[in-house]
Write a protein that binds this ligand. Structure first.
Ligand SMILES: Cc1cc2nc3c(=O)[nH]c(=O)nc-3n(C[C@H](O)[C@H](O)[C@H](O)COP(=O)(O)OP(=O)(O)OC[C@H]3O[C@@H](n4cnc5c(N)ncnc54)[C@H](O)[C@@H]3O)c2cc1C
Length: 334
């Protein structure tokens, strides 16, 4: 059913109270054919859990909220299992299910908010895992051609917090299901000191996949604000990339800056750059930079999307002025 003039407040974790002209809850892939018989194909935003989206004004189109359910094992052998999950499945529930079954590949991505269908959009990642390494294919609906299509992993142009769905095909395709391949063996990644330290404190040198996932949950709960009590979208900015030449210039001036090699250059820590510009813990009106994590912009209550965006722009400008480095938004601005 298509509803009219709906508040999006409870549909975004940034706590922004804007209205959509139309709102459609998608529960079955087949409903898309019915929907597009009635509705225009332009001016659409696809919404999952609303944990990576900032609405800056009322939306004069239709929000399609993806709630396609279902998890199905479609094939397995002694080493791997192939699982198809509906795009509306809660991402954390899906990780939990895989950990319960001792299937590995996404355990480090536990507790990331949102849906299965949004996970490929920015190729979600945390603690050394990226979802792209487990995705075999996606079922999508092409809005302009009104066709159901299959995308293979190679078609998705995955890279760091990015994919074709966040770029040229943004809001042009609706991801309806994702097929993953997970492993039946588990090797803990102990290369992150924060993870290794907690496991060492607990005297668990060889964690099971459940013990490992629980450790990630513990760390995330300490580090990140709960969006149910303090509205936020997680990291607002991505870590900036510098090619080798620009990096050398930057590093000469900032030898204490953290960095890591990435493709043909280096990634800097956006959190470090923001902290150096003294934004951590700073508040302007109802918007602020979280006291324990400088990448997270929080809405203390009642902030508008415009105010949040203005705050993000101020951070971006001060990092540019001080370091000559351009930050990019991880959050999708509407
Ligand atoms: C506290 C917190 C911590 C976070 N930690 C991490 C982290 O560690 N790593 C990380 O990568 N991200 C993290 N995020 C960001 C966010 O949770 C992920 O990007 C997540 O995948 C977004 O899912 P969603 O369903 O909420 O997407 P939404 O916010 O609803 O949508 C995000 C984008 O994807 C598009 N989209 C959504 N569903 C579909 C679909 N079915 N088809 C086509 N397009 C679609 C939307 O149009 C929008 O552009 C965090 C967020 C929060 C609030």
């Amino acid at each position: 059913m298509i509803s009219k003039n709906i508040s999006l407040l409870k549909y975004n974790t940034m706590g922004i109270d804007v209205y959509a002209d139309y709102f459609f809850t998608l529960q079955k892939e087949q409903d898309l054919d019915l929907y597009f018989n009635e509705m225009p194909t332009n001016n659409i935003v696809i919404l999952g859990g609303g944990s990576n989206i900032l609405f800056t004004k009322n939306f004069n189109g239709c929000v399609i909220k993806n709630e396609i359910a279902g998890i199905e094992v479609i094939d397995e052998n002694n080493y791997t299992v192939k699982i198809k999950a509906g795009a509306g499945v809660n991402w954390n529930d899906f990780v939990d299910y895989s950990v319960d079954n001792n299937w590995s590949g996404i355990e480090s991505l536990i507790l990331i908010p949102g849906t299965v269908g949004a996970s490929p959009v920015q190729n979600i990642g945390a603690y050394g895992q990226e979802v792209k390494d487990t995705i075999l294919s996606l079922e999508v609906f092409d809005i302009s051609a009104l066709k159901h299509l299959t995308f293979l992993n190679a078609d998705c142009k995955f890279s760091y917090r990015n994919s074709i769905f966040k770029q040229e095909l943004k809001n042009k395709l609706i991801i309806t299901s994702v097929t993953f391949e997970l492993k039946k063996t588990f090797k803990p990644n102990l290369s992150f000191p924060s993870v290794a330290n907690v496991l060492a404190e607990k005297q668990i040198p060889n964690p099971t996949i459940r013990q490992y996932a629980d450790t990630i949950i513990e760390i995330r709960n300490k580090k990140l604000p709960d969006y149910n009590s303090l509205s936020n979208c997680g990291s607002f900015f991505t870590n900036p990339f510098l090619n080798k030449i620009d990096f050398e210039v930057f590093y000469k001036k900032n030898p204490d800056a953290p960095f890591f090699p990435y493709e043909e250059g280096y990634k800097l820590s956006a959190g470090w750059l923001i902290e150096k510009c003294e934004w951590k813990g700073k508040r302007v009106g109802n918007v602020g930079c979280y006291k324990d994590h400088s990448l997270v912009i929080v809405n203390y209550g009642g902030a508008t999307g415009e105010e949040v965006l203005h705050f993000a722009k101020m951070i971006k400008q001060s990092v540019l002025d001080r370091f000559g480095v351009l930050l990019e938004y991880e959050v999708n601005i509407i």
